[in-house]
Design a protein around this ligand. Structure first.
Ligand SMILES: Cc1ncc(C[n+]2csc(CCOP(=O)(O)OP(=O)(O)O)c2C)c(N)n1
Length: 800
């Protein structure tokens, strides 16, 4: 039986229907190819800045799209334009709009011009931030550029299906819009060279352990930019070396398929087989698509003639998938040359038209602004040259227009005419439009954003004191009870209830699917959480110690912190990350790299509670919001006594509001987390030395003091000290920038602002190691006393 017949049989299609589908696919791959060819020209002629295209990968993607259903998710990379066209999530005109960087979401739905072209996404959210019915649409999580960075999120997207399938509470009501009992598959795509990344291997291993419906396709074109497989992959074959993951005799594992990027019929058959086991049995699948080409080389940044041999280049031409499909159609008598020529011509024409329309739409608003500016400039003296220069630019950017306007405003700074004021007003308005155009949606703008949380006080009915970890435990208990979509996981979080017992007994109470252990794999714990949250669940992902957050920090920074912004508010991942830190023992259990975190994670709320009541108040508040957050529980507070609240799960502390823990007149001491207790100890001694300190606990670093309250304290004390366990210039510099610059506190200072921090080296082991590495109460005392001594040496004589 020939391939054509077998394909007809397997799909139970009539010959005519089969032919129609094949020719439709041929049309699509031709259109996609033409887009790549024309796209490259658009870059080379300067209309677009950078291009990275899907040529050579068209056939495999068409085949994959055939088994992709409503509700399914993609987590892929920049080669997948054909797939996106095929599932109807992107038009060619929109694709060109992405290439140009059109900032209108209507025209460029992938990222509103925030990402370079070739980074794909669908809209999971309505404009108000609420979820769309994900089960009724084909979904793509928003791409990122770091190679293999899409993999950890893929695990979470697939794990969500598992969670929806086993959790009966989530198979009714509002959840039915998010999943159909977990029947959705998460499709991953990755280039062969990117499988060299650790994130790939961590994800593959976790997917096998968890047995989730994850279908990973590797587009194997033999190179990662210029570097061939022999430097990338052991045995030069990803499917070969993954053989140990193959499931056999009922053991858990993967189904692994191999196919070729130019073989249309075999590709289609392979994906049909692959999807069956993946969707029905929830078995992860890897499809290794070999013999893929890259006709135009890696990107517009260089040419592949530099690193591919003549033979390879010739082979790539011969085995070009579009050409091979053409031959196959002719060989199987599905169409003749003429019919195919006509399809090819039509594809060229359609793509040209799409390109022209996209460019026109891209230019239109800019030209409108240009016309406004010309009109305003002409009213001012001596603007002929600026006008001429602007006119000489063939297709000016907004940057050119703004630069010209600013130049004229500078030159006319002394002119008081209304014409100048009109130009200045134009600039001001355009600036705020551009701030929105490029900067909106870093945080949620919905009715559920963090700023909209209503705080609710802790209620105490008696004076009972309990360990901090019991407060967390009882609070998590209340949250698991309140929200069926909450799940908590991490290393040792399940059976033993966490290394500090904050989840004690909760797995037994709520089941292994709600509170569970993971492997030691921080990056994919993060990815698992991101994917789950993108599918409407509320993961609390536990990173065992703050020091190990670094393994996950890349994903927090590149994926989690940017997803809402990079989709202009059309995707979200309100993950809560639970960790503990600042101070325990030795280098890797005592770090407090807060500067690194706040700088890498703008887009994520960073809460630094001083005790477990405040920590719980943050969890309670943040679960009502739709933003991601990191909550760092202070390591040395699990066994300290706190008053037992009576309203677990309900009291809410709103991030962004510092608390004055002690009033004072001489110094404003700003700190957070574990150092609060150190500050309190020092303050007791400072009081006996006659120094009155106002202690401010910032409570959260992001957001930071929303109402700019700290300056009021500095206005009173005229002195500012920041105490922080990070390195010098770490989070303390961040805090100073906020208070001195954003709150203008410099105006009220009578002394230089002071930071008390750790040493530059990492915290050494033992009590003495800690004493000589980190700021303690003696250091705080001395630093503050020193400041007062400078001011009044008579009253505060030198101590040593
Ligand atoms: C973490 C990271 N390192 C390097 C790069 C630069 N880079 C972009 S694409 C690429 C090659 C990827 O090759 P492959 O995975 O085979 O995909 P292909 O482009 O061939 O489809 C490299 C090195 C990057 N984007 N991210």
């Amino acid at each position: 039986m020939g391939k054509q017949e077998s394909a007809v049989k397997s799909g139970n299609l009539s010959f005519e229907e089969f032919k129609r589908i094949v020719l439709e696919d041929f049309r699509l791959v031709n259109e996609s190819r033409q887009a790549s060819l024309l796209g490259r020209k658009e870059v080379l002629t300067g209309k677009a800045k950078f291009g990275i295209f899907g040529d050579g990968k068209e056939l495999a993607q068409v085949a994959m799209s055939k088994v992709f259903r409503d509700g399914d998710f993609r987590s892929g990379y920049y080669r997948d334009q054909t797939f996106m066209f095929s599932i109807g999530a992107l038009t060619i005109q929109q694709w060109f709009a992405g290439l140009y960087g059109h900032t209108d979401l209507e025209h460029e739905p992938m990222s509103a011009g925030r990402q370079m072209g070739g980074h794909f996404a669908t809209h999971s959210l309505n404009a108000d931030g609420s979820f769309k019915a994900l089960v009724s649409q084909k979904n793509s999580s928003s791409d990122i550029s770091p190679t293999a960075g899409q993999m950890p999120r893929l695990l979470g997207l697939a794990y969500a299906s598992h969670f929806y399938r086993i959790n009966k509470d989530l198979q009714e009501g509002r959840f039915t819009d998010l999943s159909d009992k977990g029947n959705e598959v998460a499709f991953g795509t990755i280039g062969d060279a990117s499988t060299s990344e650790g994130l790939f291997w961590e994800t593959i291993n976790a997917g096998g352990v968890l047995q989730v419906p994850m279908l990973v396709s590797v587009w194997d074109d033999g190179h990662g930019i210029s570097v061939p497989k022999k430097y990338q992959t052991t045995k030069e074959s990803i499917s070969e070396i993954l053989k140990g993951f193959q499931r056999e005799n009922g053991s858990k594992g993967y189904e692994i398929f191999k196919t070729k990027g130019w073989d249309y019929a075999h590709l289609c058959e392979t994906y049909e087989k692959a999807i069956r086991v993946c969707r029905e049995e929830h078995v992860p699948v890897l499809v290794h698509v070999e013999e893929v080409t890259q006709p135009q080389g890696h990107s517009t940044s260089g040419s592949h003639e530099r690193y591919k041999s003549k033979e390879r280049l010739q082979w790539e031409q011969d085995f070009d998938c579009v050409r091979q499909m053409r031959n196959w159609i002719i060989t199987n008598a599905l169409a003749n040359e003429e019919e195919l020529n006509a399809i090819e011509e039509l594809a060229k024409e359609k793509v040209r038209e799409a390109k022209t329309a996209a460019w026109k739409n891209y230019l239109e608003p800019i030209q409108k602004e240009l016309a406004e500016v010309f009109a305003l400039l002409q009213l001012l003296p001596d603007t002929q040259q600026v006008i001429a220069e602007l006119q000489a630019i063939k297709e000016p950017n907004r940057r050119d227009i703004h630069s010209a306007v600013r130049q004229v405003l500078r030159a006319n700074k002394a002119v008081l005419a209304p014409e100048r004021a009109a130009l200045a007003a134009w600039l001001q308005n355009a600036r705020s439009e551009n701030a929105e155009r490029y900067g909106s949606h870093l945080y949620s703008q919905s009715a559920q954003n963090v700023a909209a949380i209503q705080a609710a006080p802790v209620v105490y009915t008696d004076d009972k004191q309990v360990d901090g970890r019991e407060i967390l435990r009882d609070n998590f208990d209340a949250l698991l009870n309140k929200y069926p979509e909450v799940l908590i996981f991490g290393e040792d979080s399940g059976k033993i209830g966490g290394v500090n017992q904050g989840l004690e007994g909760l797995q037994a109470k709520y089941g292994e699917h709600r509170v569970f252990d993971t492997g030691i794999r921080e990056a994919t714990i993060m990815g698992q959480a991101i994917g789950l949250a993108m599918r409407g669940l509320r993961p609390i992902a536990e990173i065992q110690y703050l020091d190990y957050l670094l393994y996950a920090l890349q994903l927090m920074s590149d994926d989690l912190a940017t997803v809402h912004w990079r989709s202009k508010g059309r995707q979200k991942a309100p993950v809560l990350i639970r960790t503990r830190g600042h101070r325990l023992e030795g280098v890797w259990h005592s770090g407090s790299p807060m500067g690194m975190i706040v700088h890498a994670c703008r887009g994520i709320n960073v809460c630094v509670p001083r005790n477990m009541t405040v920590a719980s108040g943050f969890y309670n508040a943040l679960l009502e919001a739709d933003e991601p957050a990191l909550i760092i529980e202070p390591l040395n507070a699990y066994r300290l006594k706190e008053k037992q609240p009576a309203n677990f799960g309900d009291y809410k502390i709103k991030p962004g509001y510092p608390e004055i823990l002690q009033e004072g007149n001489d110094i404003t001491l700003v700190t957070y987390g574990s150092t609060v207790r150190i500050a309190q100890e020092a303050i007791r001694q400072l009081n006996t030395a006659g120094i009155s300190v106002e202690l401010v606990d910032v409570q959260s670093l992001i957001p930071f003091d929303i109402e700019k309250s700290i300056v009021q304290s500095v206005r009173k004390t005229n002195r500012l000290v920041v105490l922080d366990e990070d390195v010098p210039g770490g989070a303390s510099a961040y805090i100073l920038q906020k208070i001195l610059e954003e709150q203008d506190a410099y105006r009220f200072l009578d002394a230089r602002p002071l930071t008390i921090t750790s040493r530059e080296h990492r915290p050494a082991y033992g009590s003495d190691g800690d004493y000589f590495s980190k700021p303690g109460s003696d250091d705080v005392f001395d630093a503050i006393y020193g400041l007062m001594q400078e001011f009044d040496p008579q009253r505060f004589p030198a101590i040593d």
